[in-house]
Structures are given as structure tokens and as C-alpha cells.
Design a protein around this ligand. Structure first.
Ligand SMILES: O=C([O-])CC(=O)C(=O)O
Ligand SMILES: [Mg+2]
Length: 253
């Protein structure tokens, strides 16, 4: 297939780039709703592959993740290039990448799902926290996991590995579309994490997903209260007309 540089850059830039910041209402809603609700909302918009399978949070006290994606892509390391001395270079792409993450962003690392060597360690993670990052998501592993377990930052990975990233990974680029745990993540997409895992909301859908997810959860809270009172599923979940009417009468105007 013929691809010229003009349509390449179009592909690279769409669809998340140059979008306005999330509204305060959407931010508040997405900080409250569950990833389960978000995936339902995304599925009702035709998106089924938004959950980054197989990632676990490192710090049980910081499971809740929310922020826009700052993407980082790794290719396989090569022995003649990825030698320990390259970390002497402050301009190594991994260092530059970490020092480019802005407050509120989540570093999302495409480590090709490879866990033999860590994709990032505790010192770099601490630097990200100090820069005001909202979290770290990697489909590879972390090293210094004891540090991550204590770090006051939501971080999700596919596991732990003591080996430094150079042994398996070569950071080659950032702020480009990546694959993370088999999900397409574009720079600026909204990452949400909780006890169930991490989901990626395409940026252009984030406002409407946030609004509808909050509405869904308010209704589900009402449904749950009915189930807890002993109501059967029929007529309750999903709610029939009559129950919906009762619910709408309870809503503030
Ligand atoms: O080699 C690395 O991934 C860096 C590291 O250990 C750290 O940041 O603490
Ligand atoms: Mg370390």
C-alpha cells in the first residue's frame, strides 16, 4: 500500500491531538465512575477493545487512576546499541520522555507485553510523581516493586522483574499512537484505572462517556438498593417503565 508522508502524519495525529482539556464536570465524573461502567458506555458506542488486559495496580492504596495518555514506545533491545553506558546520556529517549510528561498525564508504555526486563524503575517513577504525573501504565513489568508498592501514585503493570530495561527494551519514541496490552492508545486519550483494571477512552468520546457513565451509575445505585431490598431481577434489572418512573420522580429537577 502506498503511504506518502502527508497522509502518514494525518494518521499519526488523529484522533486525539489538539483537543480541548477535559471539562471539570467530565473530570469529576471520571474520577468517580468505575471502569466497568466505562466499558459498558464504550461498548454502546461500538468499542469493545478498550480494556488493557492483564495489568495490576502496584499500590493497593492508589488503585484509582485518571489522566490523559502520554505514550512511550519500546522496540526490542539490540546488544550493540543497548549497552549500560547509554544511560550516561541524559538525552537518552527514556530520560527525555520522563522529563516531558506534563502534570495530569499518565505515562503509558508500550513494552510489547514483554516482562523479562522491567520497562521502568522506581527512581524514574518517583521523578514522574514529582513532575505531577497522574500515573504510569505499562504492559511490561516494573523493577524495584517494593518502591512502587509504597509510591503515592497510581501505577499499573503486568508484573515485576529485577532486570533493567536495556536488557530487553529500547525506548524509541513518545507521543505517538501505541499498542498497550493489545489496546490502541493515542496521545491524549483518557486512561482510567480502578480495582478491575485499566481502560482507555478515546479522547473525543471522553465528555459524553463521562456524562452518561455518571447517569448509568446513579440509576444502578437505585437498582442495587431495590435488589438489596429483595426485588427480583424481572422488572428491576433492567428496570421496567414503572420503576424508571419511580426513579425519575426521585431525581432533582
Ligand atoms: O533501569 C531502570 O529501569 C531505572 C531504574 O531502575 C529506576 O528508575 O529506579
Ligand atoms: Mg531502580
Amino acid at each position: 500500500m502506498h503511504t506518502n508522508s502527508a497522509n502518514r502524519s494525518e494518521i499519526d495525529e488523529q484522533p486525539a491531538a489538539h483537543l480541548a482539556p477535559l471539562s471539570p464536570e467530565a473530570t469529576l465524573a471520571l474520577s468517580r465512575v468505575s471502569t466497568a461502567t466505562i466499558t459498558t458506555q464504550l461498548m454502546s458506542r461500538g468499542l469493545r477493545n478498550t480494556y488493557l488486559e492483564g495489568l495490576e495496580f502496584s499500590n493497593p492504596a492508589r488503585q484509582r487512576l485518571l489522566g490523559e495518555a502520554f505514550t512511550m514506545r519500546c522496540i526490542p533491545a539490540r546488544e550493540d546499541i543497548d549497552v549500560p553506558s547509554i544511560f550516561q546520556d541524559y538525552d537518552h529517549p527514556q530520560r527525555i520522555g520522563v522529563e516531558s510528561v506534563e502534570p495530569g498525564q499518565v505515562l503509558v508504555i508500550d513494552a510489547r507485553g514483554k516482562k523479562r526486563a522491567a520497562s521502568i524503575g522506581h527512581i524514574l517513577a518517583t521523578r514522574l510523581k514529582m513532575r505531577g504525573a497522574s500515573g504510569i501504565v505499562s504492559d511490561g513489568s516494573f523493577r524495584d516493586m517494593v518502591g512502587f508498592e509504597e509510591l503515592d501514585l497510581p501505577t499499573f503493570s503486568a508484573g515485576a522483574s529485577p532486570t533493567t530495561n536495556l536488557a530487553q527494551h529500547h525506548v524509541v519514541d513518545f507521543q505517538i499512537p501505541i499498542a498497550c496490552a493489545e489496546v490502541a492508545v493515542y496521545p491524549g486519550d483518557i486512561m482510567v484505572g480502578d480495582r478491575d483494571g485499566v481502560v482507555c477512552i478515546p479522547r473525543h468520546l471522553a465528555e459524553s462517556v463521562a456524562r452518561d457513565a455518571l447517569e448509568q451509575e446513579e440509576l444502578e445505585e437505585f437498582i442495587l438498593s431495590k435488589v438489596e431490598e429483595g426485588s427480583p431481577l424481572r422488572g428491576t434489572y433492567p428496570p421496567n417503565e414503572e420503576l424508571l418512573k419511580t426513579y425519575s420522580e426521585l431525581l432533582p429537577n
